[in-house]
Design a protein around this ligand. Sequence first.
Ligand SMILES: [Ca+2]
Ligand SMILES: [Ca+2]
Ligand SMILES: [Ca+2]
Ligand SMILES: [Ca+2]
Length: 567
Amino acid sequence: MCCNSTDHMGIMMKLSSEPENAPIPDSPFSGSFTCVRILFISAFSLLLCSCGGGSDTPAPLPQSVAERFVIDGVVDLAAVGTVHEKTIDIRDAFGTGAFVKTATLRYAARNDDRNLYIALEWDDATQDSFDPAGVMDNFDGIVVIADNDGDGVLEENEDAHRLVMTNYGSIYGDLHVHLTQAVDDAVADGRGRMTYSAGKYHAEFLIPLAPDAAGEDGTLNATTRFNVLLYDHIQIQPPSPAGNIGFLNGGPQLGAGTDTTAWALLPYVSPGAYDQPALPANLTGLIAFISDHQNPKGEIYTFNPATNNVVRVTNTTGLYLDGVSLSHDRTRIAFYAAPTSTDYANYEIYTVNVDGTNLLKITNNTDLDGHPAWSPDDSEIIYASFRSGGIASLIRMNATTHAEILNLTPAGANDNDPDWLPDGRIVFKTDRFGTPGTPEVRIAVMNADGSNVTQLTGTAGTSDHDPVATSTTTVFERFTKGTDYATDPTSLYAAWNIVEARIDGSSERNLIADGWINWLPVYDPSAQYLVYLKSVGYTDARLMNKDGRDLGRLIPNISRVRYIDWK
Ligand SMILES: [Ca+2]
Ligand SMILES: [Ca+2]
Ligand SMILES: [Ca+2]
Ligand SMILES: [Ca+2]
């Protein structure tokens, strides 16, 4: 799978667009109500049991592998199942040349009815990794590749998953066989992570058993043959690509043959029933989102969660698009855009009708303008204007005349990511409560005239972004380091959690804290669910319940989502 430079150029990843900004809402805090309800049900069950005699309570279903095994790159093989061990010869010339060294690979796998989980560990005396801000070269990695139908031939669209090591963490890729190469899937699935410690790599993958909509994954089952490739010191840059590879089950490598008859059968067991989360059937409202799966600069789309219908709104505006906000009447979309992603002086606020007509530029200046949000009655838009040098002010404007109404930010303060509460207050992020100049921005709420500013969050060593709020709670993403994420190259390899805080500032809790980049949470119109973006080497829009249980990919077949709103 890996072995010529073309493939290795293609092997690379796109952590292209990651966190920068967000959306609106409506939700009651349900804690006490839930407790009462549980108490009631428990008492009632007890009553039934004591009188009825027979207990027909079904045994709980086993936990799914996706929820049981957190993909953090640290593995406990004994907790997975039977541990397999093999000593592998690592050879140069991408596995075809002279013997270099041996590695002892130990692995275990477990599947349910939806996913295959594989955990692996192997020894490597030297960690080779690259700086993701520079050239991709001189790295270690691992590939799991499948002859899905087990017919002894590695064929078009059969599946592979890869991890490569950077200086800050691993990069995951979902691949498939195409013309004897391994290339990125159009629809990315699964996830994986590897870590290095004390002369040893740990790696783990979560891989769907079913193919994606583009047919690029293949079915994994008991007839599937598989192989594992260990990468050591891979150099893909010209003029002298080189690298060491070891094969768990013998060759071939891609481009040098497709005979897989020496590969072992996948350790798959016929699954029973599992407690698998599922998307609800009663979702309402309309989602607006930006994706770059058809245009690298991004296009705006709508998604109707009741019909699963995706409709493209824009058609090649020529602009780099960011920060959609859907009006409450679901007829207009505000966003910000510039000729290129780094043309900061020319980021302006725009609006467009959901049918793609009436594209309007509604700011026009030399400042960066961004992050628009509609007022509850859609008569105003609030946005962030970098009119004071490197810091932003929150501006209310008339959504029809585009006249400026009020600057809510006092001189010297840096406010951003504004959104409206249903009651007309404004939630935003601000540096007002920290040491001046620190990147540890906090979530706050204020009246629409800028008065009565209340700090809602304040966890040291973190920064909070992109809040939306109901009248009782706010949700936002939290970067779990004290650095400025925009300039910290490790920010794309660190945990971003989805956090909920009460609007009175009294308490908060993590909704999602799994080590991945989780961002842009937005309530659905009922405030029973939230959509959020998850970046694991690709970015998809996922649904969670209001207690943070991930229910799965909400917008199907798109894994290049950049921004999202739901009204
Ligand atoms: Ca095959
Ligand atoms: Ca895929
Ligand atoms: Ca694939
Ligand atoms: Ca190495």
